[in-house]
Design a protein around this ligand. Sequence first.
Ligand code: LLP
Length: 430
Amino acid sequence: MPRRGLLPESFLHTSAAAGFRYQRRQLYAEGVALKHIAADVGTPTYVYSRAAIERAFVQLDTACRSLPHTLCYAVKANSNLAILRLFVQLGSGFDIVSGGELERVRRVGGSPDRIVFSGVGKSREEIREALRAGILLLNVESEAELELVAEQAAQLRRPASVSLRVNPDVRAGNHPHIRTGHHKHKFGVDWPEARRLYLRHRRHRWLRWQGISAHIGSQILRVEPFRRAARRLAGYVEELARAGLRLRYLDFGGGIGVRYWRERPFPLPVYVRTLSAAFVPLGCHLLLEPGRLLVAHAGVLLTRVLYTKQTRRRTFVIVDAAMNDFLRPALYGSVHPALPVRLDSWDRRSRVTLVGPACETGDCFLEDWPLPPVRPGDLLVLWGAGAYGMGLASNYNSRPRPAEVLVEGRGFRVVRRRETRNDLWRGEQF
Ligand code: LLP
C-alpha cells in the first residue's frame, strides 16, 4: 500500500466514507476492481457504489433524528433509475423539478406523497401531472404560478397541496452559477409578497397551504448562510402562525457542500444543531432536499489515457472522457482529483494537464495535477463525479454519452448502456 500522505489528501479524506479504496495497488469500487469494469464495459464510464449511497443517506438521516423530518433526494443530482430505485428502497422522498423527473420517480415505485416539486417555470401540463399524482407539496415560485395551480386544481377538482418558495435573501453557494437565495436571483418570492399571497388565499377552495420552502444554493461550505436563512424562515412561519395560518411542512431545500479536494465543509451535526435551534420550536415537519451530499462521493468517472504529449511548457495527458461527459470542471472550475486505477510508481509523480478530446480549450479537467507516469491505455478516475456528472452530460462534438455502472458488493451491473452512434441522431431528419 502507498504511504499515507502520498495520495491526494482529499481522496484519503473521502475514501473512508465512500465505496472506493485501493487494495493491492488496484482501485476497487466495493469488491470490484475498476479494471474489470473497464475491460467489460469500456470507457468513459460512470461507476457508482451502492454502499456509499446507502451510507451517505443513513448518515444524514441519523444526524437529523432529533428532528421530525423526511429526506427528499434531489433527483437532478443523479437521476439514473437504478439510483432512484435505491432511494425508494431506503425510504427516501424526492425533490423533483420537471415532469420528466416525476415520471422517473414513479417508474421506480416512488410514492407521490413523498414528492416535492420545485422550479420557477413549471408548465401547465407539469402542474396537472403533479396534481393528478397527488404529490406532497408543490413549491410555488410566483403569483402567476399560484393562479395557474389554483385554476388547474379547480378544473381537476383536486385541491392542491402548496407551499411558497420564499427567497430569504442570503448569499450562499460556492460558485455564482449555483447561488439561488439572494434577492437578485430568479428563485422564490420575497417575504412581503409571500405573506400577502399566503394570507390572501388562505381560504381558497382549491389551495391547501401546507408549507413553506427555501433553497439558498448548492455546494455551501459554511453553516452561516443556513443559520441566517433558517432564522428568517422560522420568523416567517411564526408570523403566519400569529395571523392564524399554521403550516405543517418546512422545506429547507438542499445545498450541503462536500469535499471534492481541499474544500472544508462544516460537520453535519453543526448543520443539524443549527436547524434544530431555529425549527424545533415551530413544531413543523422538516423536509430536506439533499442531492450532492448523497451521491457525489458515490461515483467516479472511469476514463482511459489516449495519448500523452509534451509541449514546451506542459505535459498533456489526453483521456477519452471530455467536457461533454463531465462538465463540472469546465462549467464551474471545480477540481475533481484524478487518480490512477493502478497505483504504480506513485513516488515518481509529475505535474500534468489532464484534457479531453473535445474541440474546446475549456475541455480541461485538471491543470498542474500530480500523476505518476502514465501511458496510453492506462486507466484513471475522476473523483467525486456521482453528483451532477451524467445529468449534465451532452452529445456535444457528436460524442455518445458514457455508460453507467452500479457496483453492489462483489457484483456490478450496467444501469445505463453506453450510447451508440444511432442514439446520436435519434429523432433527426434530413
Ligand atoms: N433543491 C432545489 C430546489 C435545488 O434547486 C437543488 C439544486 C437541490 C435541492 C439540491 O442541491 P444540492 O443538495 O445538490 O446542493 N449543477 C450544479 C449544481 C446545481 C444545483 C441546482 N439545484 C453543480 O454541479 O454544482
